[in-house]
Design a protein around this ligand. Sequence first.
Ligand code: EPU
Length: 420
Amino acid sequence: MSQRPDRLLIRGGRPLRGAVAVSGSKNAALYALAAGLLTAEPVSVRNVPEIADVDEMGELLAALGARVRCTDGVVCIEAAEIATTSAPVDLVLALRASFLVMGPLLARAGEAACASPGGDVIGARPIDVHLAGFRALGATVSRRGADWVASAPRLRGARVFLDYPSVLGTVNVMFAAALAEGTTTIINAAAEPEVAMVAEMLGAMGARINGHGGNTLTVEGVPRLHGCDFTVIPDRLEAGTLLLAGAATGGDVRVTNAVPGHLDSLCAKLGEMGVTIERSEEGGVRAASRGRLEPMQAQAVPYPGFPTDLHAPLAAALTQAGGVSIIHERVYDNRTLYVGELRKLGARITVGGQSVIVEGATPLVGAAVRALDIRAGAACVIAGLAAEGETQVHGTSHLDRGYAHLEAQLRALGADVERG
Ligand code: EPU
């Protein structure tokens, strides 16, 4: 990926109008790449977004012995041999999804070692759910320096209760269970569409998984998986960000390839805000403003509830709603760093415990702000688009980790946005 300037300049105050397509899901693409480690045969993953996290996941898989090739959004992984079961700590610290190599390494090679992963600082992000899952499948888990080491000559299917429906935790346990002996039932599994997509992909590789998309998954272990050619689902979080940008600017935005069913909670909330929603059965969601937004209350919870990843973008849009809105964050304990940045643009927004209170409608004025994590950065962009004058969003490397073509998409919708 070429180096891009680390600042976005936005001259706001224009309603966004038009239609755009979204990229493949960032998070789902990372899970699909990690799944490539589960088989010795080639796996092709299509519709992979061009973002730094994808490059880093590719480097991690290569460091473990896989051949990784990437052309035009298609990543081919061939893990004929596992060269080492120890994940290099620098790559592990670069991204949270790195910990997903644990399940495949443990299942295929009988051992896996990996430090606690990095990722955005949005709260305590433990990995106890993953480790408890591996133990339930018969692995022993210990510490070796900074690494967690899981080992088991042969994993055995079991009933695995997850203390929290962790997204990555569910995927890691599903990976391990796919090659275990016997049947695993994962109770309190994450139901996010990205998790269901992984189950579909594993199915295409010969796994037997049922119940995905719900909170109880059954995985019948098989001795080996084969290669596959799989296409990543559209990014519902990128779609949600663009629809909220349209609402915040009083515009009319259609995301042509969004899966409407993945955006039910957002569409419900936009409806409460007075935005007209149209869903197309062939795919696509349109959000058309009808004037000033109405205030409302939302809570960020696991799927199918309102996603924590759209909490900050929603707060930015609610600065333009006439009245008091409240967002209660129930997934992460440090998701509210963006609040101070939005205040720099004039937003009247306060934090009380895990709740964010937004008073609107506030005329925002351009300012210099910082993208503190991917979604905090998206909130700054949305607020900048709604503000009069120029907003500088610094630290766009965070944004680039989650959004492959954000400024091109915004320009296509009529925004005045450039790198500089
Ligand atoms: N949790 C535990 N124990 C665990 C794992 C998680 O207590 O072992 C708790 C966390 O502390 C947190 C909650 O569970 O309070 C949610 O964590 P989860 O494990 O579900 O999140 P994740 O799998 O680490 C993925 C995405 C996040 C997204 C969440 C929730 C990736 C790389 N990350 O994280 O995406 O917010 O699911 O949907 O896929 C982003 O894209 O900006 C992002 C942060």
